[in-house]
Design a protein around this ligand. Structure first.
Ligand code: DGL
Length: 274
């Protein structure tokens, strides 16, 4: 059986494209919908209830577009909304993203791990549970990457402002001697070259994009939902300033990517934004 319905993927903005590219590499035949909620980014500094409401609205939209499975390509939204999404659509494959604490604590030689993630992720019950399960016997230095997502959403991937912020954020883990650092926000994957340069070659950087793609593949196969075509396509949607988001998506995905604006019906939580 072949199921050509799309997989719906979303993030607070363009960060989830780092997960989308892993999905595209592993599953070339799948049709993919990507929704960047850039009009509400960053999620990392917003109340959990707002992120949950936005995530449910976006999932509703993606399901209206025919999605057969959902990928929450955002650590912050997974922490805030994965339970609500799974409760509302219990029959649907829903794959979330969590900071790679387990592989990082297994990989460290010095017993010191850094986690760079959003405030929302680091303060969540899900992250506390991860630390509880896998953080024993290892020193885990957590650091909110405040300000980084704003710059990435503006299309900035290098430059003095970004370098200054990163140097500041990475200092505590450098000083503690971390040899393994978790990139716990899908936006930060696009800063990997810069972070690698600032931390040096002795520090391993870990993320979960490829693992999420493999998990999606397993779930699609288990539910007999895989597409059998040779090359699937992508459609992009966004909230916020479409021209600005389009420019960032073209840099990160390719010149042919052209996001369509989300319909006003998918913008109800906007009015509740603080
Ligand atoms: N890309 C998201 C994450 O993985 C959220 C970034 C944000 O909007 O703060 O957490």
């Amino acid at each position: 059986m072949s199921d050509s319905r799309p997989v719906g993927v979303f993030d607070s903005g363009v960060g989830g494209l780092s997960v989308l590219r892993e999905i595209r590499a592993l599953l070339p035949g799948e049709n993919l919908l990507y929704c960047a909620d850039s009009g509400h980014a960053p999620y990392g500094e917003k109340p959990q209830a707002l992120i949950e409401a936005r995530s449910l609205e976006i999932c509703d939209f993606l399901l209206d577009q025919g999605a057969k499975a959902l990928v929450i390509a955002c650590n912050t939204a997974t922490a805030a909304a994965a339970n609500a999404i799974r409760a509302r659509w219990p029959w649907l494959p829903v794959i979330g993203v969590e900071p790679a604490v387990k592989p990082a604590t297994a990989a460290t030689h010095k017993g010191v791990v850094g986690v760079l993630a959003t405030t929302g992720t680091l303060e969540s019950a899900r992250f506390a549970a991860l630390l509880d399960r896998f953080g024993h016997g290892v020193q885990v230095i957590t650091q909110p990457g405040t300000g980084l997502v704003d710059l990435i959403e503006q299309g900035e991937f290098d430059g003095p402002r970004l370098r200054g912020l990163l140097t500041q954020h990475l200092a505590p883990m450098r000083e503690a001697g971390a040899d393994t650092v978790v990139l716990g926000c899908t936006h930060y994957i696009f800063l990997r070259p810069l972070i690698a340069e600032l931390l040096g070659p002795a520090v391993a950087l870990i993320d979960t994009g490829a693992a999420v793609a493999r998990q999606l593949q397993r779930q699609l196969e288990a539910a007999d939902l895989t597409a059998a075509v040779e090359q699937g396509g992508e459609r992009f949607f966004c909230s916020g300033d479409v021209g600005r988001v389009a420019a960032a998506i073209r840099v990160l995905w390719g010149p042919a990517a052209a996001p369509e604006p989300l319909p006003p019906s998918c913008c109800f939580a906007t009015s509740k934004q603080p």
